[in-house]
Design a protein around this ligand. Structure first.
Ligand SMILES: NC(=O)c1ccc[n+]([C@@H]2O[C@H](COP(=O)([O-])OP(=O)(O)OC[C@H]3O[C@@H](n4cnc5c(N)ncnc54)[C@H](O)[C@@H]3O)[C@@H](O)[C@H]2O)c1
Length: 437
């Protein structure tokens, strides 16, 4: 395939060198004359293991050249990968000025081009940028229509400097956010030799994946460092702790706990985070990440309450009272917190939970419930049918399998508030409200 790469920094230089190694020809574009000269001399403009060799080989056999001229590059290729920088502005916002500029240049060249061309964004851009910046700039400069006269897509880069070539050939995944099948097929062909699952999705999901990935990596580093600070203060070997931590691929290094939903609760997580943060404070340790976990969780409980309150209806049915399905443990259940606030605001609440029967609850669990909601017995209903007939708002509070298909049983005039993401929710018409989707 004939590919133009706009921006010959770390990402663009690596992409250019690597693409030539499996048969593509590449024209690189950059305003920096020094980078153009280096590439045309067969040298890498950035320090990266193996890249010098790849570039010198590609230039020598005519597969790679660099230019300042965007028109030359667009007319000589079928697909452009935009790899320009998207640095931070002083206020933290993303600076898309180079992106905008390069789109205007590519657009002007597209105006002259007869054959089909695709423009793919490899730079990291906030969700919505391709639709609000890239497409309008390209359409304005070309006078053509995206998705019809030329292709547009997102294809975020996942390489790490230092191991960039290895990461290019074996990334964790290849993500393509495209709407038209022609552009999707071109990208599938371009990456056919890459050893990674290829995931096709929407433009916005592709843009967002890069941010959820990088923010997650940042959170992991900050988490490990705060655990390290805590361990050091107690003379515990943080590496031994985290070695054992990392061996748990069931709950720790896994997809578990990583889907948006309602707040955590139960008898362990809130208590243990609280104790660790309290201990850190008593040791004069400043651990901002760990200290923000409970406030973040409380915020999610408040969001759940506000989602119900903003609907302006009074009778409310809560399905599921325990913090997760399959248990009768009510301690620190966030949905109980929501119930308490609803009652305080005068809502007419009924609760259904097959695992909760006041007569069967004992000990700390029962004490906790009666302390939170003293007259709870008058709120509990015995059957799901009775529960559903009560509320103008039906709230799914935990992921009990019985509630997963509740969408089929809700009347069209009822509002369904989903804190757990029930099955087939996207098929439901009208009054459906998910907490984070
Ligand atoms: N560096 C990484 O490890 C990495 C990894 C993944 C994603 N990213 C993302 O990829 C993008 C590029 O990152 P980078 O580190 O390669 O940036 P960089 O600053 O090293 O390179 C950007 C290049 O774009 C060039 N440029 C600016 N305007 C141009 C124009 N009109 N036409 C052509 N070229 C132009 C600049 O001269 C520069 O050479 C950023 O959005 C970054 O967030 C970077």
């Amino acid at each position: 395939m004939r590919v133009s790469v706009f921006g010959l920094g770390y990402v663009g230089a690596v992409t250019s060198g690597c693409l030539t190694s499996f048969g593509n020809t590449v024209v690189g574009v950059d305003p920096a004359e020094a980078k153009i000269a280096l590439i045309n001399e067969g040298k890498s403009p950035v320090i990266e293991k193996g890249l010098g060799d790849a570039i010198s080989k590609a230039v020598a056999n005519g597969q790679l050249r660099a230019t300042r001229d965007p028109r030359d590059a667009v007319l000589a290729t079928d697909l452009s990968l935009i790899c320009v920088g998207t640095p931070s502005k002083r206020n933290g916002d993303l600076d898309t000025s180079s992106l905008k500029f390069v789109c205007a240049e590519i657009g002007a060249a597209l105006a002259e081009k007869q054959s089909h061309h695709s423009v793919i964004i490899r730079s990291t851009v906030l969700p919505g940028t391709i639709r609000s910046v890239v497409i309008p700039e390209l359409e304005k400069a070309s006078g053509k229509k995206a998705g019809v006269d030329f292709g547009v897509g997102s294809n975020p880069e996942f390489l790490r400097e230092g191991t960039a070539l290895e990461d290019f050939f074996a990334p964790p995944k290849t993500v393509i956010g495209v709407e038209d099948d022609r552009t999707a097929s071109e990208l599938e062909a371009l990456y056919a030799a890459i050893n990674a699952p290829l995931i096709r999705t929407s433009i916005e999901v592709a843009e967002m994946i890069k941010y959820s990935d990088n923010v997650w990596h940042a959170v992991k580093v900050a988490f490990a460092n705060e655990i390290g600070v805590f361990c050091k203060s107690l003379s515990i070997d943080s590496h031994e702790v985290m070695d054992v931590f990392c061996r748990d691929t069931k709950l720790n290094l896994s997809s578990y706990y990583l889907k948006p939903g309602f707040s955590f609760g139960g008898s362990c997580l809130p208590k243990d985070v609280r104790a660790l943060v309290h201990k850190a404070r008593s040791l004069d340790l400043d651990l901002p990440l760990l200290g923000s976990v409970l406030p973040s969780n409380e915020k999610q409980t408040t969001r759940g309450f506000e989602l119900i309150a903003q609907l302006g209806k009074r009778p409310v049915t809560i399905l599921g009272m325990s913090f997760k399905a399959g248990t009768d443990d009510l301690r620190e259940s966030p949905i109980l917190e929501v119930v308490e606030r609803l009652i305080g605001k005068g809502y007419d609440v009924r609760i259904f939970d097959r695992n909760i029967s006041l007569s069967k609850l004992v000990g700390a669990n029962k004490d906790y419930l009666l302390r939170m909601i003293p007259h709870v017995s008058s709120l509990l209903v015995e059957s799901l049918d009775d529960a559903l007939s009560h509320g103008e708002i039906i709230v799914v509070g935990n992921a009990d399998p019985e509630f997963r298909t509740i969408g089929d049983r809700v009347r069209p005039d009822q509002f369904l508030v989903d804190l757990v993401r029930i099955k087939d929710h996207s098929q439901l018409k009208g009054n459906y409200h998910g907490i984070s989707w």
